[in-house]
Design a protein around this ligand. Structure first.
Ligand SMILES: NC(=O)c1ccc[n+]([C@@H]2O[C@H](COP(=O)([O-])OP(=O)(O)OC[C@H]3O[C@@H](n4cnc5c(N)ncnc54)[C@H](O)[C@@H]3O)[C@@H](O)[C@H]2O)c1
Ligand SMILES: O=P(O)(O)OC[C@H](O)CO
Length: 332
């Protein structure tokens, strides 16, 4: 069974190494010459992992036609690039390919979840199903083989099981599920909460505040996710509370880091001027604001993050906005 990973960034490389460790037939496609040659020639991906030695069985290419003949194609590019990438690979795919999504967020214009974007952009006969491989997992830790558990979620459960078998090993354990809506919404929304968590740390708030943020953030995720048909219990699992904890508390999280900078500087200006990293929660905050407003879903923490990012609200005024709002709203 052959797997092609699209994207030679941090997550594509780390997941490629999991498969190389499993002695699977795997290759990474990257558009970036430096990342591709670093993997092939030095067994490093220095830009993301500094000196970490990669499994020498992992190779990379800049030739997209490598997708031809793959049984599994894993898309490890940011959410904004998913539709375009699906359209590009479509001509090469063989019938019944399992496409694995690892991106956490929404289509920037249509607000669709990633599985819906992929199904819309790839020809029906070429797609067996979409499997979302998501959960609490920083690439920086997977690449050094820290024990990690994540979910393989698909509407076609036998495909989720195939992905589970492909990736599972002694340091990477995969659970399966079929609640695509709940899982993908949890994984997307936790990025906004991680920005909020970074902001509060940057402002100097400590553990009580983070516990409040994680707990109340989870309530918002459940409210939003169940409104769109996700199951409440999914949010108690790896793609909900699991991913929320790891992203709201980790120095590896780019969403947390983004928030931390904004909190410390008490302004969003420098972040907008200088950021070059993949910080999915920034776009997600905008989409959640748009969708929640339209559907009257109460999302107070997400709304503060949106106001800071897009309306230049001062971060140090947000605590009062949240803590002093009408208590009658708090029924649980
Ligand atoms: N890094 C992690 O720990 C991690 C863990 C779980 C999920 N994810 C998710 O994986 C997705 C990818 O993130 P990442 O962390 O690998 O990002 P990254 O910034 O480390 O790498 C992204 C890669 O995609 C490539 N890319 C960007 N735009 C592209 C385009 N338009 N066409 C082709 N290639 C393009 C870049 O060159 C780079 O190689 C995100 O949605 C992220 O939320 C990341
Ligand atoms: O670095 P972040 O904030 O994109 O988080 C990476 C993963 O989603 C953590 O599970």
């Amino acid at each position: 069974m052959r797997t092609v990973i699209i994207g030679s960034g941090s997550w594509g490389t780390a997941l490629g190494q999991v498969l190389a460790d499993n002695q699977q037939d795997v290759i990474v496609y990257g558009r970036n010459e430096a990342e591709v040659s670093d993997i092939n020639e030095n067994h490093h991906n220095t830009k993301y992992f500094k000196e970490t030695e990669l499994n020498p069985l992992l190779t990379a290419t800049r030739d997209l036609s490598v997708v031809a003949g793959a049984d599994f194609v894993l898309l490890a590019v940011p959410t904004i690039a998913i539709e375009d990438m699906c359209k590009k690979i479509n001509e090469y795919l063989k019938p019944n390919t399992i496409v694995i999504n690892v991106s956490k967020g929404f289509h920037p214009e249509t607000n669709e979840r990633m599985s819906d974007v992929i199904r819309r952009s790839i020809s029906l006969e070429k797609l067996s199903s979409v499997v979302s491989l998501i959960g609490p997992s920083h690439a920086e830790e997977v690449v050094i083989r820290q024990l990690t558990t994540i979910d393989a979620i698909s509407l076609k459960i036998e495909d989720a099981r195939k992905v589970q078998t492909l990736f599972s090993n002694r340091y990477f354990r995969i659970y399966t599920g079929s609640d695509e809506i709940g899982s993908e919404l949890g994984a997307a929304l936790k990025n906004v909460m991680a920005i909020a968590s970074g902001i509060l740390s940057g402002l100097g708030y400590q553990d009580n505040t983070r516990a409040a943020l994680i707990t109340r953030g989870l309530q918002e995720m459940v409210r939003y996710g169940t409104f769109f048909g996700g199951q409440e219990r999914t949010f108690m699992g790896l793609t909900g509370i699991g991913d929320l904890i790891v992203t709201c508390t980790s120095k590896h999280s780019r969403n947390f880091e983004c928030g931390y900078q904004i909190g410390q500087e008490n302004t969003v200006e420098n972040f907008w001027a200088n950021n070059t990293k993949t910080v999915e929660g920034v776009r997600t905050a905008k989409i959640v604001h748009r969708v929640a407003e339209k559907n009257h879903i109460s999302m107070p923490i997400c709304e503060e993050v949106y106001q800071i990012l897009y309306n230049h609200k001062k971060p140090d005024t947000c605590a009062d906005s949240l803590m002093l709002r009408d208590l009658k709203e708090e029924f649980r």
